[in-house]
Design a protein around this ligand. Structure first.
Ligand SMILES: [Zn+2]
Ligand SMILES: [Zn+2]
Length: 351
């Protein structure tokens, strides 16, 4: 009794499935029974090489995209009670620092990050209860609403990118986030060209509204991939907007080769620390390019994400391949890596 299933991270490539103590909520916190947690590229990276920002001590639980039921509310919790279905963002801003006061809460100096979704129970910190936890509308499944966290980062990127109706938008990358960006760019009225790989993913891109796709697995150099994307733009002049969602420096440079004069590039995908790119100063200057980095999301972006999923303008069900028991989380990572599914749902109550 009072024990729960948990995937414990001991170090890179070392995750053990154990029975550990169920945590208890302090005042202002709630205890949530995780009904469903999703695989995410960030967790896959953390598993492979550790993650200094998200994993500070070991052993620890990990996983950060989830939804579940409140089973216990600590003293003083308002607006939430046991039995409610909830979804959380994975981090919450402090509301006190320069960036929070400057309306850039995504850049908060003291972001509190919540990890531990690959376990049966999780405690939600007070700040998150108050700012970044939302009751799940009753018509939605636990699986589809758990997309709210990653979708929030895509909402943030699209809000800052500023697509005009009729713009040609090239999206580089057809992973889960690339596909979300494709959908949101379509909803903004963009003519979306998806550049990526994986039959299932490229098909999804079209289903989400892309008017054309470039399958990079069939093209051997980045230069030729960029050329193929450019050819699909208006008179081959290049894209009005390019959004990079592949997270590798080659794709960042490729974005610059696809954008038109006076166009805009949004760099969404995080690359390995220490990497750099080369850009032609003549192009940046004379082509008057607008380059934009985007990171994370604000509480407002998260709310908009929940609203989009709620209306199913973005249909969260499209992203989930199947639900697997907790002990299959690493196998699910491998299947995502092999492009056999966009995301998997993990049920921690089953070991
Ligand atoms: Zn994630
Ligand atoms: Zn802050």
């Amino acid at each position: 009794m009072n024990k729960m299933n948990a995937a414990m991270f001991y170090g890179p490539m070392d995750v053990r499935f154990e029975r550990v103590d169920i945590p208890g909520p302090a005042s202002g916190e709630v205890l949530v029974k995780v009904k469903n947690a999703l695989t995410c590229g960030t967790d896959i990276k953390a598993y492979k090489r550790g993650h200094p920002a998200m994993i500070k001590k070991v052993p620890t639980t990990f996983g950060h995209e989830f939804s579940g039921d409140i089973v216990e509310a600590g003293e003083g919790v308002e607006g939430f009670s046991p039995g409610m279905r909830i979804v959380c963002c994975n981090a919450v801003p402090c509301q006190h620092c320069f960036y929070c006061k400057n309306n850039q809460q995504n850049l908060c100096d003291n972001l509190l990050v919540l990890n531990g979704a690959y376990a049966e129970y999780i405690v939600i910190p007070e700040k998150m209860v108050n700012l970044n936890m939302i009751e799940v509308p009753s018509h939605l499944t636990y699986q589809e609403i758990a997309i709210a966290e990653p979708l929030g980062t895509a909402v943030h990127a699209l809000r800052l990118t500023g697509i005009k109706q009729g713009d040609t938008v090239v999206v580089l990358g057809t992973g889960p986030l690339g596909l979300m960006i494709i959908r949101l760019a379509f909803l903004k009225g963009g003519k979306v060209i998806a550049v990526g790989k994986g039959h299932e993913r490229l098909e999804k891109a079209v289903k989400f509204g892309a008017i054309a796709t470039v399958d990079i697995s069939k093209i051997d150099t980045v230069e030729k991939q960029a050329e193929a994307a450019r050819e699909l733009t208006r008179e081959g002049m290049g894209a009005d907007v390019v959004i990079e969602a592949a997270g590798v420096p080659e794709a960042w440079e490729e974005a610059l080769a696809i954008v038109r004069k006076g166009g805009r590039v949004t760099f969404f995908g995080g690359c390995k620390p220490g990497t750099t790119i080369t850009a032609d100063t003549k192009q940046l200057h004379y082509s008057e390019l607008q380059l934009l980095g985007v990171f994370h999301q604000t509480p407002d972006d998260f709310r908009r994400s929940v609203s989009l999923l709620s209306s199913r303008l973005v249909d969260g069900r499209e992203f989930i391949k199947e639900t697997v028991p907790l002990s299959e989380v690493i196998k699910a990572f491998d299947r995502v890596k092999a492009l056999k599914g966009i995301k998997f749902a993990i049920d921690p109550s089953r070991m």
